[in-house]
Structure formats: structure tokens, C-alpha cells
Design a protein around this ligand. Structure first.
Ligand code: ADP
Length: 784
């Protein structure tokens, strides 16, 4: 109810308040006045009726005394002059009616105080008394009036006069009074309204004015406006406060504006500085871009330089080492043989150093990429220890190999780099161990669905490394102390490369050592799981081929070979009777290849460049083509593509094309294969490597097969016969072979071997025909 009132304007609120309060007061006063007036009037009427009844009683006393009904009735009939009198009775002491006056329409029996008993009407005193009491109340507006008086004669009551008057007169008077009061009330309220309308301005005027000023300030944001003060009351104080607030806002605005101007100035300054800095930055970025492009160009040049260096050094080295090899095979004796041998070993050392430097540069340039190809871990361990066996035997060291049973045989990884680390660690162990033993342990660190982490440990009983030198030896070109170079030689690159390679394989490389007691170098490598079934099939296939084409080994190389799969050592004189086309521009290499191939029983034609090679290939007189990659006029890649195109056009079976290249950087193999070549032989290569490639790619020929299988049978028999003379190398091979089926093994004493060669028994123990073949070959190699 208050809500609509609350939303009224102040002016209306003030008027409403005044009207309401005045209205209520006036209404209350009028009501009191009316009630008082009504009560007075009723008392007046009742007194008047009582007096009338008394007069009538006096007048009728004689008539009652003489029981004169007519006279009594006569007395009452004087009431006819008063129209408001409805009835008048003269009753005797017993309540019986002696005389009555009834106005028109009234009936004796229907009088409210009358009762009819025994056919006579009588007045009931009780009812009458009740009616008298009720009509005495000032609020009994609807009740008739009664006047009662005793008829007394000589002090004795003879009867009673009862008069009943209606209330019409009273109601008429009350109505008149009401109308009057209502008119006065209305007039008073009108007066209040006009007065309030005029007076409210004193209060609402200043407030309305204040509200208007506030609205103008908020819409126009003009804080210069001021409200007008009209009095010294609270409203005046409110207006003063409002004006004061405006003053403060105005002052603050001015300050803010000044500050903003200042800020704008600062921002302008900063923007200018920034744009200058931006220009500078842009210039720096441009300079940096130029530097980056220059660095990239330099990096490209460096990688090109690496490739060229690799090619340029490897090509003459191939010639030098090849020719020395031929010299050594050519029947040199005495000092010449010694010198040539020394020249070969120096050449091989030089090649190894060059390879180390190249590897290190590649790692430094972030260009070392690892291969992910299937590898036979057990076979590789055996092969690596074989390579080191001769050196160990030469120093009278014992070389032990332990491969835990749970180490998987076939995994995917980079066999070349894995072998490189192992050879480095084993080579160092042999180099720095004057007496005692070197032991290689291979164990499984972790295994999951993706692959395995393999741990390799090379422990020696050598000179050991001082604690302060242990960190330094992993830095490039660092050795434990500078006397090392004088005593043992070396570049100090091997361990730095090995550690980086181990890290590239997701592993680590470290050392534990005690001076004078020995060192244990260890490294871990994460290798991927390989399909065992596929590998087993591949291994079996190779083993079968190996048995067919077996030939004695020509010796092992100082560097790891690039082929992952173990293959039979080959190279027996006259082994192959194939026609080979060799595309090679370098005369020394031409002669070298020609000579080796001739020794292997092949007929050779030389093509000086790619164009000649393509023309010769069209004759279809060859079983296989060796293709140098870099040649004048047309290079090996283009020539291979042309030969493949010819074959496709003629519908001919493709000839095996083997790349012969000094390019040893990552990606070269892929380039060769993409050009249509089948295999890849990096320079410098030796007779054994060439022979392996021929074995792999030449179609089987009856003459070669028969000769080879005969040779295998003979050698195997001889090997068993000479078992009692086995040296360090034979022990190593035997040990590592054993360890693939049992957790550990120790050197197998010669007398434990069977007197007659039991090939099937050995095959069962080794579990791999290929490995058996290699084992026999190496056995022969080291014992003959
Ligand atoms: P290099 O052998 O060519 O000098 P490495 O990086 O392979 O270079 O080895 C660095 C140095 O670490 C060696 O010169 C030698 O001082 C020390 N070292 C390596 N292996 C052993 C080891 N098995 N026993 C003692 N010292 C070792």
C-alpha cells in the first residue's frame, strides 16, 4: 500500500500527508460531536416523555381511582396532537390495561412490552424494564423511546402510564446533523488541500530544483552548474553540500585533465622512443636475418665441406690402402713386407682418425643422424669382440664376453654406431690394460612394448683413471694426462663421440675407475622392438645362402662395416665367374677394383663415365655393375636412372647396380637407392667387402656353389681337428656364443671340445646356422 505512495512526487506526498492527517482529525472530531449530539437528544426526548407520562398520570389518577375507563381514555387521547407518539397505556397495579391510546396502524397486542394472557392484554414489567434500558443508550439509533410514570394518589400507586414514541424525529435530526458535519469536513479538507498545495512549495520547491540541477549535471556533464539556496534549513545545508561536491569534482576534473595532458605528453615521448627502438629492432632483425642467412650458408658450406672432405680424402685413401693391400698380397718379403705392413696400419689409423674427426664435426653440426635398421645384437657382440681379439691376444690379455640370457637377439637400431661405441670402449680397454683381462657384459636394463634399454659394460684390469681426470676424458680432444699421447697415442675424440652417440640412442655413457686397478666403462642404448619372426626368417635365409657360398675370410677391418647383417666372409681366389661392368673415372681405383675382381674370378670391363656405362649396359653382357657416383660427363645417379629406364623400355630384368662412393654422409645411401641402385659400398672398401656384395647380388652359379660348399666342408673338418690349438680369439667366440643361451660363461677349455667336429651338436648349442658358419671361419682364420 505504501509503494504507490512512495513513488509519488514530494509535492503530492506532502499534500496527501496533510489531507490524510487533517481528514482523520476532522472525522474523529465530527464523530465525537455526532455521538455526543445523539446522546444529548435521546436524553432530552426521554426526559420529555417521562414528564409527559407524569402529567398524564396526574391527570388520570382520579379516573383510575374511580375506575373510570372512559375518563382515563379521554386523558390519553390528548396525545393525538403529538404524531410521534405511537401508543400510550394506563395500566393497573396488576399490569392489566385500563385505557390505551394507539396511533394509526398500531395494535395493542403487537406492543413490544405487551403479553396476552387469558384473552386479556397485560404489560410485562420485565420486558418493559429491558426496553427502557436499551433505549437509554446513546447508540440505540433504531429503538423507539419510552416514557413511564406511576399514577400516585395519596401516596399510593394506583397504576402506571406508559408512552411509546417512535424515533423518526431523532433520525431526521441525526441525518441533518450528518449532512452538516459532512459539509464542514469537505470544506475543511478543501481548505487543507489549498493550504497544503501552497505551503508544500516551501519544502518541495528546493528539492525539485536540486533534482533538476542534478539531472542537468549528469546529462550535460557540466560541473559548473550550481543549485540555488533559499533558506537556512536542512535543505539549504543539502544544497550547500551538493554545490561543494560539484566544486570538488570540478577541481578534480581540472587536475585530471592536467594529468592527462601530462600523460599524453609522456606517451607521445614514449611512442617516439618506441618507434625509434622499433626501427632499431627492425634494423637489428634485418641484420640478424642477414647474419642467419650467412650462418646458414656457412653451415651449408661446412656440410658441403664435410662431404667434399670425406670424398676427397677417402678416394686417395682407398687407392693407398688398396694398393698396399695388393702389395702385401703380391709376395713381398723381408723389410719391404714390414714397411708395407706399417704403411697399411698407418693408413688405417689415419683413416680412423679422419673418420673420428668427420663424426665429431657431424655431431657438432647437429647433422649426425642415426639409422633404424634391424640388427642382430648377439651376432654384433661376437663380431666386435672378434675384431678386438687379435689385439688382446697380442698383449696376452684374456677377453671375456657375457651376454645375459634375457637380452633380445633381434632389435632395431643403428648397428654401425653401436659397433663404433663398443669398438672404442673395448679398444681403449685393450690399449690401457697391460695385463689381466678385459670383460664385456651385456645386460637388459629395461623392457617395454616399444623396445629395450640394453646396458653394455666394458671392465678392464688396466691403469685406471684418476678421479680428477674422469670428467675431462669425455671432452673432445682430451686425454687423462698428456703423457697418454706419448705412451698410447690417440686423439682424445673417441669417448666424446661415444658419449654423444649413446645419448643420441637415448642412453648414457659413464665410467667407474680406480687408479692401478682398472676401469669399467658402461653405456646404455634404447633399441626398438623388432619383429622376431621376420628376423628369424631373414637370419635363416642368410644362413642357408652362407652355407652354399662359404669361403675363408680375408681378415677383419679396423672400422665397423656398414652392413648390419652378418654375412659369410668371402674372397677365396676364383670364387666367382661373373662378368662385371665397373663405372669409375679414377685410374688408381679402376686398377684396384679390376685387380680384386679378377682375383675373385670375375671378368671386368671399365667404363670411364656414366655415358660409357649406359652404353655398355645396353649390351647386356654383364651380371652386375659397380657404379661410382661422381664421374665426369654423366654421374652415377644419372647413369643408373638411364639404365633402369632402358630396362623398363625393353622389358628386361634389372641388373644389380652397386654404388661405389666416397660420399659417406647420411642420406647418400637413400640417394643411391632413389636413383635405382640396389646396394651401396663406401670407399675405402677391401676385397672382403667387395666379395660380400658379389655374394649377395650375383645370381647363383653351379660352379661357384660347388666350389664353395666343398670348401666349407673341408674347413669345418680342419677346424675341429685343430681345436686344441685355440687362442684368445677362439675362446672369445666360443664364450659369447655360449652366453646367448646361458646367463654367463667362462672360457671354454680346449679339452672340453669333442675330438671329432660335431656340426649338429654345435649348431644346436649356437642356435643359428649363420653364426656357426662365422664361428668356423673365424676359428680357421685365427688358427691357420
Ligand atoms: P683416445 O683413446 O683416442 O685418446 P678417448 O676419448 O677414447 O681418446 O679416450 C680419452 C682418454 O681417456 C684416453 O686418452 C685415456 O687417457 C682415457 N681412457 C679411456 N679409456 C680408458 C681405460 N679403459 N683405462 C684408462 N684410461 C682410459
Amino acid at each position: 500500500m505504501l509503494n504507490p505512495f512512495r513513488n509519488l512526487s514530494i509535492r503530492r506526498k506532502l499534500i496527501a500527508i496533510l489531507l490524510l492527517t487533517n481528514g482523520i482529525v476532522l472525522a474523529l472530531v465530527s464523530a465525537a460531536f455526532v455521538v455526543n449530539e445523539a446522546a444529548d437528544f435521546r436524553v432530552e426526548v426521554r426526559e420529555e416523555l417521562a414528564a409527559l407520562a407524569e402529567i398524564l398520570g396526574n391527570n388520570a389518577s382520579a379516573a383510575v381511582a374511580f375506575n373510570d375507563h372512559a375518563s382515563a381514555a379521554e386523558t390519553l387521547s390528548a396525545l393525538r396532537a403529538k404524531p410521534e407518539i405511537r401508543a400510550a397505556l394506563v395500566t393497573l397495579k396488576d399490569g392489566s390495561v385500563m385505557a390505551s391510546y394507539l396511533a394509526h396502524g398500531a395494535s395493542l397486542t403487537r406492543l413490544p412490552f405487551a403479553v396476552v394472557a387469558g384473552g386479556k392484554v397485560r404489560v410485562d414489567d420485565g420486558k418493559l424494564a429491558k426496553l427502557l434500558r436499551a433505549s437509554g443508550s446513546p447508540f440505540a439509533v433504531n429503538l423507539d423511546f419510552y416514557g413511564v410514570s406511576p399514577i400516585i394518589l395519596d401516596g399510593q400507586q394506583l397504576g402506571t402510564v406508559i408512552i411509546q414514541s417512535d424515533n423518526r424525529q431523532f433520525v431526521d435530526r441525526l441525518e441533518r446533523f450528518f449532512v452538516l458535519v459532512a459539509c464542514v469536513l469537505l470544506g475543511a479538507l478543501l481548505l487543507v488541500y489549498f493550504l497544503a498545495s501552497w505551503l508544500q512549495r516551501l519544502i518541495s520547491g528546493p528539492i525539485t530544483h536540486l533534482a533538476q540541477v542534478m539531472k542537468a549535471v549528469s546529462t550535460d556533464k557540466s560541473y559548473r552548474l550550481r543549485a540555488k539556496r533559499e533558506g537556512d534549513d536542512e535543505l539549504g545545508t543539502l544544497i550547500d553540500g551538493f554545490n561543494e561536491m560539484l566544486v570538488q569534482i570540478e577541481e578534480r576534473d581540472e587536475k585530471l585533465e592536467a594529468h592527462r595532458d601530462q600523460l599524453e605528453e609522456v606517451v607521445r615521448g614514449r611512442t617516439a622512443e618506441l618507434s625509434a627502438a622499433n626501427d632499431e629492432l627492425g634494423q637489428t632483425v634485418a641484420e640478424l636475418r642477414i647474419s642467419k642467412e650467412a650462418a646458414e650458408a656457412a653451415s651449408l658450406a661446412k656440410s658441403q665441406f664435410l662431404a667434399n672432405m670425406s670424398h676427397e680424402i677417402r678416394t686417395p685413401m682407398n687407392g693407398v690402402l688398396g694398393m698396399i693391400g695388393l702389395l702385401l698380397e703380391g709376395g713381398l718379403v723381408g723389410e719391404q713386407l714390414k714397411f708395407a705392413g706399417a704403411a697399411k696400419s698407418s693408413g688405417e689409423s689415419l683413416l680412423s682418425i679422419i673418420n673420428d674427426i668427420l663424426d665429431f664435426s657431424k655431431i657438432e653440426a647437429g647433422r649426425m643422424e642415426l639409422e633404424l635398421t634391424p640388427l642382430d645384437l648377439h651376432g654384433m657382440v661376437a663380431e666386435v669382440t672378434e675384431i678386438l681379439a687379435a689385439g688382446a691376444r697380442g698383449k696376452g690379455l684374456e677377453l671375456g664376453v657375457y651376454v645375459d640370457k634375457d637380452v633380445p637377439q633381434y632389435l632395431d637400431g643403428d648397428p654401425v654406431r653401436l659397433r663404433q661405441i663398443l669398438i672404442n670402449l673395448l679398444g681403449n680397454a685393450v690399449k690401457f690394460t697391460p695385463e689381466g683381462e678385459v670383460v664385456l657384459r651385456v645386460s637388459l636394463s629395461e623392457q617395454d612394448a616399444q623396445g629395450a634399454v640394453i646396458c653394455f659394460e666394458v671392465a678392464d684390469t688396466g691403469i685406471g683413471i684418476k678421479a680428477e681426470d674422469r670428467a675431462r676424458i669425455f671432452e673432445s680432444f682430451s686425454q687423462a694426462d698428456y703423457s697418454t699421447t706419448r705412451t698410447y697415442g690417440g686423439t682424445g675424440l673417441g669417448l666424446a663421440i661415444a658419449r654423444q652417440l649413446a645419448e643420441l640412442m637415448g642412453g648414457k655413457l659413464g665410467v667407474r675407475s680406480e687408479v692401478g686397478k682398472g676401469s669399467t666403462f658402461w653405456f646404455t642404448a634404447r633399441l626398438r622392438r623388432s619383429s622376431v619372426a621376420a628376423r628369424a626368417v631373414a637370419a635363416r635365409t642368410v644362413a642357408v645362402k652362407a652355407e652354399l657360398k662359404v669361403a675363408p675370410s680375408g681378415g677383419s677391418a679396423g672400422r665397423p662395416k656398414s652392413e648390419a647383417q652378418a654375412s659369410p666372409s668371402a674372397g677365396q681366389k676364383g670364387e666367382f665367374a661373373a662378368a662385371i661392368l665397373v663405372a669409375e673415372d679414377n685410374p688408381i681405383n679402376q686398377e684396384l677394383v679390376q685387380h680384386i675382381l679378377a682375383k675373385l674370378g670375375c671378368s671386368v670391363r671399365i667404363a670411364e663415365n656414366g655415358v660409357e656405362a649406359v652404353a655398355a649396359a645396353r649390351e647386356r653382357l654383364f651380371d652386375l655393375i659397380f657404379m661410382d657416383c661422381q664421374m665426369p660427363i654423366m654421374d652415377g645417379f644419372a647413369a643408373s636412372r638411364a639404365i633402369r629406364a632402358d630396362e623398363a623400355a625393353e622389358g628386361l630384368a634389372p641388373l644389380p647396380i652397386i654404388a661405389l662412393t666416397a660420399n659417406a654422409l647420411a642420406g647418400d645411401r637413400e640417394r643411391c637407392l632413389a636413383a635405382g641402385m640396389d646396394d651401396y659400398l663406401s670407399k675405402p672398401f677391401d676385397r672382403e667387402q667387395l666379395s660380400k656384395v658379389l655374394w649377395r647380388w650375383l645370381p647363383s652359379e653351379p660352379s661357384a656353389v660347388v666350389a664353395a660348399s666343398d670348401a666349407a666342408g673341408t674347413v669345418a673338418g680342419d677346424a675341429a681337428g685343430d681345436a686344441a690349438d685355440v687362442g684368445a680369439s677362439a675362446e672369445v667366440s666360443s664364450e659369447s656364443a655360449e652366453s646367448t643361451t646361458s646367463t654367463t660363461s667362462t672360457t671354454t677349455p680346449a679339452e672340453d671340445q669333442k675330438a671329432v667336429f660335431d656340426r649338429d651338436g654345435l649348431l644346436e648349442r649356437l642356435g643359428d646356422a649363420e653364426y656357426l658358419h662365422m664361428f668356423v671361419l673365424k676359428f680357421i682364420e685365427t688358427t691357420t
